[in-house]
Design a protein around this ligand. Structure first.
Ligand code: PEP
Length: 246
């Protein structure tokens, strides 16, 4: 199983910037990314620009969300067949920013996961505890609740489904889980759900990628801020490739 490094661009980079980034990423990576699956997740409007630039390369393009209905009166949503028509290979679901700002729940995350997988898309389903939950000793309960919602909907996880453990207190804060904290959470998630890959997310950057990716249950990374800069994102991909060769 190869390591997965995914860049979540959030609400950054329109089509022009996306094309330029993807062209630069291919130059940066060269052949170095063997052994690593690389994904970029631009905003919906930039998916086609990314797909056009990355066509014929191993770098895949994911959306940042997907709706469970095929079509209908769901303003602001995008269906799996629309993503497929755009050339996307998968979607992130249940990101904590969706949960926090847009009322995403365990149930909607599970529904989005099922719809995407049934359409043949890959999925990165995000889970993670808030700071309050961690400080109250409720990390495992929060992870159990979120992971079991996905597991109940998809009892036998296919290879295309990855879970991203993203402690909410580490996202965009510059505060990273220690490798040990990440490893403990990943081992706990793996005990709940036999998913092939569990990614760590939360202020991953070139300086800390190696120690996080070296943990036995850390199978990749979901990278936010550091994925917006092509040099730092490529550096994280190269670190993962080096570790997977060693
Ligand atoms: C994310 O958006 O999934 C994320 C982990 O962001 P950052 O790397 O900026 O903390």
């Amino acid at each position: 199983m190869s390591v997965l490094i995914a860049g979540n661009w959030k609400m950054f980079k329109g089509p022009g910037e996306t094309s330029a980034f993807c062209a630069a990423l291919l130059e940066e990576l060269g052949d170095d990314e063997r052994g690593v699956d690389v994904v970029v997740a631009p905003p919906f409007v930039s998916l086609q620009a990314a797909v056009a630039e990355l066509e014929g390369t191993p770098v895949r393009v994911y959306a940042q969300n997907v709706h469970w209905e095929e079509e209908g009166a769901f303003t602001g949503e995008v269906s799996r067949s629309m993503l497929i028509a755009s050339g996307a290979a998968g979607a992130i679901v249940g990101h904590s920013e969706r949960r926090q700002h847009f009322c995403e729940t365990d149930e909607t995350t599970a529904r989005r996961t099922v719809a995407a997988l049934e359409g043949g898309l890959g999925v990165i389903a995000c889970v993670g505890e808030t700071l309050d939950e961690r400080e109250a000793g409720e990390t495992e309960a929060a992870l159990r609740r979120q992971v079991e919602a996905v597991a109940a909907a998809v009892p036998e996880p296919p290879a295309g489904l990855a879970i991203a453990y993203e402690p909410v207190w580490a996202i965009g804060t510059g505060r990273t889980a220690t490798p040990q904290t990440a490893q403990e959470a990943h081992a706990f998630v793996r005990g709940l759900y036999p998913v092939e890959r569990i990614l760590y997310g939360g202020s991953v950057k070139p300086e800390n990628a190696e120690e996080l990716l070296a943990q036995p249950d850390v199978d990749g990374a979901l990278v936010g801020g550091a994925s917006l800069d092509v040099v730092s994102f490529a550096e994280i991909c190269r670190t993962a490739a080096r570790l997977s060769r060693s």
